[in-house]
Design a protein around this ligand. Structure first.
Ligand SMILES: C[S@@+](CC[C@H](N)C(=O)[O-])C[C@H]1O[C@@H](n2cnc3c(N)ncnc32)[C@H](O)[C@@H]1O
Length: 295
Protein backbone atom coordinates (compact mmCIF):
# COMPACT_ATOMS: atom_id res chain seq x y z
CA UNK A 1 0.00 0.00 0.00
CA UNK A 2 1.43 3.39 -0.90
CA UNK A 3 1.61 5.79 2.07
CA UNK A 4 -0.77 8.67 1.37
CA UNK A 5 1.88 11.25 2.14
CA UNK A 6 4.47 9.87 -0.28
CA UNK A 7 5.42 12.58 -2.78
CA UNK A 8 4.54 11.12 -6.12
CA UNK A 9 5.85 13.65 -8.56
CA UNK A 10 8.32 15.69 -6.55
CA UNK A 11 10.90 17.16 -8.90
CA UNK A 12 14.22 15.34 -8.74
CA UNK A 13 17.37 16.24 -10.55
CA UNK A 14 19.24 13.32 -12.05
CA UNK A 15 22.84 13.84 -12.93
CA UNK A 16 24.50 11.80 -15.61
CA UNK A 17 28.26 12.07 -16.03
CA UNK A 18 29.13 14.58 -18.69
CA UNK A 19 25.53 15.59 -19.22
CA UNK A 20 23.42 18.48 -18.07
CA UNK A 21 21.02 17.48 -15.23
CA UNK A 22 17.57 16.63 -16.55
CA UNK A 23 14.73 18.25 -14.66
CA UNK A 24 11.46 16.31 -14.73
CA UNK A 25 8.48 18.31 -15.92
CA UNK A 26 6.34 19.81 -13.15
CA UNK A 27 2.85 18.50 -12.37
CA UNK A 28 1.27 21.15 -14.52
CA UNK A 29 3.28 20.07 -17.55
CA UNK A 30 1.59 20.22 -20.89
CA UNK A 31 -0.49 17.15 -21.67
CA UNK A 32 1.71 16.58 -24.68
CA UNK A 33 4.11 14.85 -22.30
CA UNK A 34 1.68 12.17 -21.12
CA UNK A 35 1.22 8.58 -22.06
CA UNK A 36 -2.43 8.39 -23.07
CA UNK A 37 -4.46 5.94 -25.10
CA UNK A 38 -8.02 6.54 -26.27
CA UNK A 39 -9.90 3.79 -28.11
CA UNK A 40 -13.31 3.45 -29.71
CA UNK A 41 -14.39 0.31 -27.91
CA UNK A 42 -17.13 -1.13 -25.78
CA UNK A 43 -16.20 -0.71 -22.12
CA UNK A 44 -16.74 -4.33 -21.07
CA UNK A 45 -14.86 -5.85 -23.99
CA UNK A 46 -11.98 -3.39 -23.62
CA UNK A 47 -11.56 -4.00 -19.89
CA UNK A 48 -11.70 -7.75 -20.44
CA UNK A 49 -8.74 -7.44 -22.82
CA UNK A 50 -6.53 -5.86 -20.14
CA UNK A 51 -4.15 -8.15 -18.24
CA UNK A 52 -4.69 -8.82 -14.53
CA UNK A 53 -3.11 -6.29 -12.14
CA UNK A 54 -2.83 -3.73 -14.92
CA UNK A 55 -5.03 -0.92 -13.65
CA UNK A 56 -4.60 1.02 -10.44
CA UNK A 57 -7.47 3.52 -10.58
CA UNK A 58 -10.77 3.59 -12.43
CA UNK A 59 -12.50 6.98 -12.69
CA UNK A 60 -15.73 7.09 -14.61
CA UNK A 61 -19.07 8.75 -15.17
CA UNK A 62 -21.04 5.87 -16.71
CA UNK A 63 -23.98 6.32 -19.12
CA UNK A 64 -26.47 5.32 -16.44
CA UNK A 65 -30.14 5.11 -17.23
CA UNK A 66 -32.26 6.64 -14.51
CA UNK A 67 -35.90 7.53 -14.24
CA UNK A 68 -36.15 11.28 -14.57
CA UNK A 69 -38.31 13.67 -12.62
CA UNK A 70 -41.18 13.33 -15.11
CA UNK A 71 -41.30 9.54 -14.93
CA UNK A 72 -39.56 8.92 -18.25
CA UNK A 73 -36.03 7.78 -18.86
CA UNK A 74 -33.25 10.29 -18.19
CA UNK A 75 -31.74 12.40 -20.94
CA UNK A 76 -28.72 10.15 -21.36
CA UNK A 77 -31.03 7.95 -23.40
CA UNK A 78 -31.61 10.77 -25.86
CA UNK A 79 -27.98 11.83 -26.05
CA UNK A 80 -26.23 8.54 -26.39
CA UNK A 81 -28.89 6.00 -27.32
CA UNK A 82 -26.70 3.50 -25.52
CA UNK A 83 -27.31 4.18 -21.86
CA UNK A 84 -26.98 1.26 -19.46
CA UNK A 85 -28.82 0.06 -16.36
CA UNK A 86 -26.87 -0.01 -13.11
CA UNK A 87 -27.00 -3.79 -13.31
CA UNK A 88 -25.17 -3.68 -16.67
CA UNK A 89 -22.70 -1.11 -15.35
CA UNK A 90 -22.10 -3.42 -12.37
CA UNK A 91 -21.12 -6.19 -14.80
CA UNK A 92 -18.55 -3.86 -16.40
CA UNK A 93 -17.23 -2.89 -12.95
CA UNK A 94 -16.85 -6.58 -12.05
CA UNK A 95 -14.56 -7.02 -15.06
CA UNK A 96 -12.61 -3.94 -13.97
CA UNK A 97 -12.31 -5.35 -10.44
CA UNK A 98 -10.61 -8.48 -11.80
CA UNK A 99 -7.98 -6.34 -13.61
CA UNK A 100 -7.10 -4.06 -10.71
CA UNK A 101 -3.91 -3.90 -8.73
CA UNK A 102 -4.10 -4.71 -5.04
CA UNK A 103 -3.91 -1.04 -4.01
CA UNK A 104 -6.57 -0.02 -6.53
CA UNK A 105 -9.58 2.23 -6.00
CA UNK A 106 -12.62 3.02 -8.17
CA UNK A 107 -14.44 6.34 -8.46
CA UNK A 108 -17.88 6.00 -10.08
CA UNK A 109 -20.22 8.95 -10.58
CA UNK A 110 -23.97 8.91 -10.12
CA UNK A 111 -26.72 11.45 -9.63
CA UNK A 112 -28.89 11.29 -6.49
CA UNK A 113 -31.64 9.40 -8.36
CA UNK A 114 -29.35 6.45 -9.01
CA UNK A 115 -27.45 6.46 -5.73
CA UNK A 116 -28.95 3.31 -4.20
CA UNK A 117 -28.67 1.24 -7.37
CA UNK A 118 -25.12 2.47 -7.99
CA UNK A 119 -23.96 1.45 -4.50
CA UNK A 120 -25.52 -2.00 -5.09
CA UNK A 121 -23.72 -2.28 -8.44
CA UNK A 122 -20.32 -1.56 -6.89
CA UNK A 123 -20.89 -4.00 -4.07
CA UNK A 124 -22.00 -6.76 -6.43
CA UNK A 125 -18.86 -6.09 -8.48
CA UNK A 126 -16.74 -6.92 -5.42
CA UNK A 127 -15.84 -3.49 -4.04
CA UNK A 128 -16.02 -2.92 -0.31
CA UNK A 129 -16.62 0.04 2.01
CA UNK A 130 -18.47 1.85 -0.77
CA UNK A 131 -19.03 5.47 0.25
CA UNK A 132 -19.85 8.71 -1.53
CA UNK A 133 -17.85 11.84 -2.09
CA UNK A 134 -20.34 14.67 -2.65
CA UNK A 135 -19.71 16.91 -5.62
CA UNK A 136 -21.07 20.41 -5.06
CA UNK A 137 -21.68 21.72 -8.58
CA UNK A 138 -21.49 25.32 -7.30
CA UNK A 139 -23.69 26.77 -10.06
CA UNK A 140 -25.90 23.91 -11.31
CA UNK A 141 -27.37 25.99 -14.13
CA UNK A 142 -30.91 26.63 -15.21
CA UNK A 143 -33.60 24.02 -15.73
CA UNK A 144 -37.11 23.03 -14.78
CA UNK A 145 -38.19 21.62 -11.42
CA UNK A 146 -35.70 20.79 -8.66
CA UNK A 147 -32.20 20.96 -10.01
CA UNK A 148 -29.42 18.79 -8.61
CA UNK A 149 -26.98 20.98 -6.72
CA UNK A 150 -24.96 17.88 -5.92
CA UNK A 151 -23.95 14.61 -7.52
CA UNK A 152 -21.95 11.78 -6.03
CA UNK A 153 -18.70 10.07 -6.74
CA UNK A 154 -18.87 6.63 -5.19
CA UNK A 155 -15.57 5.29 -3.89
CA UNK A 156 -15.10 1.53 -4.01
CA UNK A 157 -12.18 -0.02 -2.13
CA UNK A 158 -10.35 -3.32 -2.27
CA UNK A 159 -8.89 -4.97 0.86
CA UNK A 160 -5.42 -3.53 0.03
CA UNK A 161 -6.52 -0.15 -1.36
CA UNK A 162 -4.25 2.84 -0.91
CA UNK A 163 -5.28 5.42 1.67
CA UNK A 164 -7.19 8.33 0.24
CA UNK A 165 -6.58 11.79 1.58
CA UNK A 166 -8.84 14.82 1.51
CA UNK A 167 -12.43 15.67 2.28
CA UNK A 168 -15.59 13.92 1.12
CA UNK A 169 -16.98 17.17 -0.31
CA UNK A 170 -15.55 18.73 -3.45
CA UNK A 171 -16.79 22.02 -4.88
CA UNK A 172 -16.12 22.42 -8.58
CA UNK A 173 -18.25 24.45 -11.02
CA UNK A 174 -19.94 22.49 -13.79
CA UNK A 175 -18.99 22.96 -17.44
CA UNK A 176 -21.29 25.75 -18.64
CA UNK A 177 -23.75 24.98 -21.46
CA UNK A 178 -22.16 27.62 -23.69
CA UNK A 179 -18.64 26.25 -23.38
CA UNK A 180 -17.04 25.77 -26.79
CA UNK A 181 -16.77 22.11 -27.94
CA UNK A 182 -18.68 20.94 -24.87
CA UNK A 183 -19.43 17.23 -24.99
CA UNK A 184 -22.90 16.17 -23.69
CA UNK A 185 -22.60 15.56 -19.93
CA UNK A 186 -18.98 16.75 -19.99
CA UNK A 187 -17.60 16.92 -16.47
CA UNK A 188 -15.16 19.62 -15.38
CA UNK A 189 -11.50 18.65 -15.68
CA UNK A 190 -11.04 20.14 -12.20
CA UNK A 191 -13.24 17.39 -10.79
CA UNK A 192 -10.85 14.77 -12.18
CA UNK A 193 -7.96 16.81 -10.77
CA UNK A 194 -9.54 16.71 -7.30
CA UNK A 195 -9.98 12.93 -7.49
CA UNK A 196 -6.41 12.49 -8.72
CA UNK A 197 -5.21 14.50 -5.74
CA UNK A 198 -7.40 12.55 -3.27
CA UNK A 199 -5.97 9.24 -4.57
CA UNK A 200 -2.37 10.58 -4.72
CA UNK A 201 -2.20 9.50 -8.35
CA UNK A 202 1.23 9.78 -9.87
CA UNK A 203 3.83 8.18 -12.09
CA UNK A 204 3.48 4.42 -12.01
CA UNK A 205 -0.32 4.55 -11.89
CA UNK A 206 -2.51 3.38 -14.75
CA UNK A 207 -5.83 5.21 -14.68
CA UNK A 208 -8.71 3.99 -16.83
CA UNK A 209 -12.04 5.61 -17.74
CA UNK A 210 -14.08 2.96 -19.63
CA UNK A 211 -16.82 5.52 -20.52
CA UNK A 212 -14.49 8.45 -21.11
CA UNK A 213 -16.63 10.85 -23.20
CA UNK A 214 -14.52 13.99 -23.65
CA UNK A 215 -11.74 12.55 -21.47
CA UNK A 216 -12.23 15.28 -18.87
CA UNK A 217 -11.91 12.99 -15.85
CA UNK A 218 -8.52 11.71 -17.04
CA UNK A 219 -6.89 15.11 -17.40
CA UNK A 220 -5.83 15.45 -13.75
CA UNK A 221 -4.23 12.00 -13.68
CA UNK A 222 -2.40 12.67 -16.92
CA UNK A 223 -1.06 15.95 -15.58
CA UNK A 224 0.34 14.09 -12.57
CA UNK A 225 2.29 11.77 -14.83
CA UNK A 226 0.04 8.68 -14.73
CA UNK A 227 -0.59 6.51 -17.78
CA UNK A 228 -4.21 7.05 -18.79
CA UNK A 229 -6.56 5.00 -20.97
CA UNK A 230 -10.06 5.92 -22.13
CA UNK A 231 -12.67 3.91 -23.99
CA UNK A 232 -15.91 5.08 -25.56
CA UNK A 233 -18.25 3.75 -28.22
CA UNK A 234 -18.96 7.23 -29.62
CA UNK A 235 -16.67 8.52 -32.35
CA UNK A 236 -17.22 12.14 -31.25
CA UNK A 237 -16.03 11.26 -27.74
CA UNK A 238 -12.92 9.48 -28.99
CA UNK A 239 -12.06 12.46 -31.20
CA UNK A 240 -12.50 14.98 -28.39
CA UNK A 241 -10.64 12.92 -25.77
CA UNK A 242 -7.79 12.21 -28.19
CA UNK A 243 -7.42 15.89 -29.05
CA UNK A 244 -7.25 16.61 -25.37
CA UNK A 245 -4.95 13.88 -24.13
CA UNK A 246 -3.02 12.07 -26.80
CA UNK A 247 0.38 13.33 -27.78
CA UNK A 248 0.30 14.23 -31.46
CA UNK A 249 2.61 12.22 -33.70
CA UNK A 250 5.83 14.11 -34.29
CA UNK A 251 5.63 16.10 -37.48
CA UNK A 252 8.18 15.42 -40.19
CA UNK A 253 10.40 18.46 -40.12
CA UNK A 254 9.45 20.78 -42.93
CA UNK A 255 12.19 22.01 -45.22
CA UNK A 256 13.71 25.10 -43.73
CA UNK A 257 12.86 28.18 -45.83
CA UNK A 258 15.67 29.24 -48.12
CA UNK A 259 17.67 32.03 -46.48
CA UNK A 260 16.79 35.40 -47.94
CA UNK A 261 19.66 36.66 -50.07
CA UNK A 262 21.45 39.58 -48.48
CA UNK A 263 21.15 42.47 -50.91
CA UNK A 264 24.56 42.55 -52.51
CA UNK A 265 26.41 45.77 -53.20
CA UNK A 266 25.39 47.02 -56.59
CA UNK A 267 27.97 46.45 -59.28
CA UNK A 268 29.99 49.37 -60.50
CA UNK A 269 27.63 49.62 -63.45
CA UNK A 270 24.65 49.55 -61.11
CA UNK A 271 26.16 52.23 -58.95
CA UNK A 272 26.73 54.50 -61.92
CA UNK A 273 23.18 54.15 -63.19
CA UNK A 274 21.51 54.14 -59.81
CA UNK A 275 18.84 56.78 -59.43
CA UNK A 276 18.78 57.54 -63.11
CA UNK A 277 15.57 56.74 -64.97
CA UNK A 278 15.74 53.64 -67.14
CA UNK A 279 14.35 55.42 -70.14
CA UNK A 280 17.62 57.24 -70.63
CA UNK A 281 18.77 54.22 -72.54
CA UNK A 282 15.59 53.61 -74.45
CA UNK A 283 15.34 54.42 -78.08
CA UNK A 284 12.11 56.40 -77.60
CA UNK A 285 13.68 58.80 -75.17
CA UNK A 286 17.07 59.02 -76.80
CA UNK A 287 18.26 62.53 -77.60
CA UNK A 288 17.24 63.58 -81.08
CA UNK A 289 20.15 63.56 -83.45
CA UNK A 290 21.23 67.01 -84.54
CA UNK A 291 21.22 67.16 -88.26
CA UNK A 292 24.19 68.96 -89.66
CA UNK A 293 23.06 71.44 -92.29
CA UNK A 294 25.57 72.43 -94.88
CA UNK A 295 24.88 75.71 -96.67
C1 LIG B 1 -21.81 10.36 -19.14
S1 LIG B 1 -20.87 10.19 -20.57
C2 LIG B 1 -19.21 10.47 -20.04
C3 LIG B 1 -18.88 11.93 -19.98
C4 LIG B 1 -17.43 12.16 -19.61
N1 LIG B 1 -17.17 11.85 -18.25
C5 LIG B 1 -17.02 13.60 -19.91
O1 LIG B 1 -16.68 14.33 -18.97
O2 LIG B 1 -17.05 14.01 -21.08
C6 LIG B 1 -20.93 8.48 -20.86
C7 LIG B 1 -20.20 7.99 -22.10
O3 LIG B 1 -20.33 6.57 -22.18
C8 LIG B 1 -20.31 6.21 -23.55
N2 LIG B 1 -20.82 4.84 -23.67
C9 LIG B 1 -22.09 4.39 -23.69
N3 LIG B 1 -22.13 3.04 -23.75
C10 LIG B 1 -20.84 2.62 -23.78
C11 LIG B 1 -20.22 1.34 -23.85
N4 LIG B 1 -20.93 0.21 -23.88
N5 LIG B 1 -18.86 1.29 -23.85
C12 LIG B 1 -18.11 2.43 -23.83
N6 LIG B 1 -18.65 3.66 -23.78
C13 LIG B 1 -20.00 3.77 -23.75
C14 LIG B 1 -21.15 7.27 -24.22
O4 LIG B 1 -20.84 7.38 -25.58
C15 LIG B 1 -20.75 8.53 -23.42
O5 LIG B 1 -19.73 9.24 -24.08
Amino acid sequence: MRPASAPVTSPRIRKAPGRKPSIPRPKTASLRSVSARIEKRDAGAALASLPADSMSILITDPPYRTVDRHGGSGKLDRWFGSSLTWRQIGDVLAIARSRMRADGVVFVMTNPDGLREAIGALERAGFIRVRPITWNKVAPGLGGGMRHQTEYILVGYLPGSRTLCGADLVSVPTVGPNTANRYPTEKPADLGRELARIASIGRGDHVVDPFCGSGALLVGSAERGARVTGYDVAGAAVKRASERLVKPAPKTPTKAPAPTRKASKPSLEGRLTAGKPAYRNSAREAKPKVRKVTR
